[in-house]
Design a binder for this molecule. Sequence first.
Ligand SMILES: Nc1nc2c(c(=O)[nH]1)N[C@H]1C(S)=C(S)[C@@H](COP(=O)(O)O)O[C@H]1N2
Ligand SMILES: [Mo]
Length: 550
Amino acid sequence: MIESPTDEQPAKAEPETNTADAAETADTVGSSSTVLAALSGIASGAVALGVGELVGAIRAPEPGPVIAVANRVIDLAPNWFVELGKSIFGLADKPALIVGTILLSIVFASVLGVVSIARPKPAVLGLCAFGLLGAFAIAADAQGSVFGAVVTGGAATIVGVTALLSLRRRLPSSLDQTAIKTEIESPTNPNVDRRSFLTWAGGIGATAAGAAVVGNSVRSRSSVQEARTSVALEPEIDDEVQGWLDAAVDADLGIGDELTPLVIDDGEFYLIDTALVKPQVDPTTWSLRISGMVDNPIEIGYDDLLGRSTTVAPVTLSCVSNEVGGGLVGNAVWQGVPLVDLLEEAGVQPGATQVASRSIDGWTCGFPTEAVFDGRTALVAVSMNGEPLPVRHGFPARLVVSGLYGYVSATKWLTDIELTTIEGFDGYWIPRGWSKLGPVKTQSRIDTPRRRETLVAGQPTAIAGVAWAPDRGVSKVEVNIDDEWVEATLSNELGTDAWRQWMVSWTPTPGDHVLAVRATDGDGDTQTADLAPPAPSGATGWHTIVVRAE
Ligand SMILES: Nc1nc2c(c(=O)[nH]1)N[C@H]1C(S)=C(S)[C@@H](COP(=O)(O)O)O[C@H]1N2
Ligand SMILES: [Mo]
């Protein structure tokens, strides 16, 4: 006998009167119907997302719905949530967020599918809400627009709703509760029904995947990689960069691969930003605006910027989130237009105590105006180690300000500089609990030996690492070996903005040894031993490790 839902009703109402067999059959039918309905929701949600990604891609660099929603999560998430994400997923926190967004969408869509069996209207409304959420996220995005939101959200919603309704009509008839209620006789072989339903669902799923794949390739074709490689920097400036790169090689203490080189390549340089997808900025339409409390607001195109006189300097950038001994710090040779030249041209008004800046993806920061005029290196950088800025380090232009942590100064994909007051503006990280001012604290790190490394007793061993105190410079590094301070040899100074390598040769005796390091800056101030975590203003303390010699 073919089971029909009508037969099931009493079974469900009075399960205890049922035989075990019948109950099992009813359960199987119930759960398989739920699975098919959920599948119809997932296929519809997927095709909505796929079409959203495709239409979104045509409007690149405007983000598609998935990235836009994930961006809103990053913006709106409380600090503890962001920190939790980082502590669970580490550097993969952004891929995890994207995967999470997609997984939540699947769960939501499957619920809509199940709801749609009995009640198509709320299910359709649910899909519309889903589309609206994507549309709002796109409209709210720094690189989004209301037009894009309407077009992308609209297309996704229409396709999703159409898919859901067409699948619902094809749900094997025994599962369609409306059909039961209206007692419509169905052509009743459920196996045929099921096959045709699955074919449709599969087709819609394939369309979803196809749209997403095509969308992604359209998006990456609009990449700026090409524009970036076609940028030719002035040859004589390259000579100056080469001079610094050579100086860095000459200064290297030559201990080997365990010791961090004085200049870090793009591929090894630490990477920190809130961007889920690195902004692809077309240099031909890009411009930098300088406005706010200035006499002559200016707007500069990329060619104009490259045509100006530039400065080249090795500068050590570091992240306020760096733990003592951590790797969120790096030194590179930056080339760019001095910020002081640009601000003098714009004419800073009295009382403009803060230089605020914004990137194309809406990230912001700010630091005291004094930093531009006190003689330190402060650049609108266009090149890193002699190459146009890599996309992930801010192509076409970024700020590099010596002596300030990245979160208050180092805006990548820079589009706006606005002169304002210190009280008048808070950058991205300030309301999230980080301190308003971000001077870099003097720090030093032991690169070799590694913590808990086993050394050979009686064999001379190099203890070595790097120390930095931009823009004060490093004047001395000392290593504490089993409670005794030893002064380290330093690499030649590349400038007060750059870190220095240090090393001590040591012959360990058998047993455990505690090693610690501390640096003294160019003003004669020695790095504090007081332990502080990164939040809110940068970690302090001496990097300390234990090694064993056998
Ligand atoms: N647009 C943008 N610029 C940004 C950030 C960001 O999130 N977005 N993060 C800042 C922080 S916190 C740091 S430490 C530096 C890191 O620069 P890097 O990724 O080139 O090493 O970039 C800064 N510039
Ligand atoms: Mo940072």
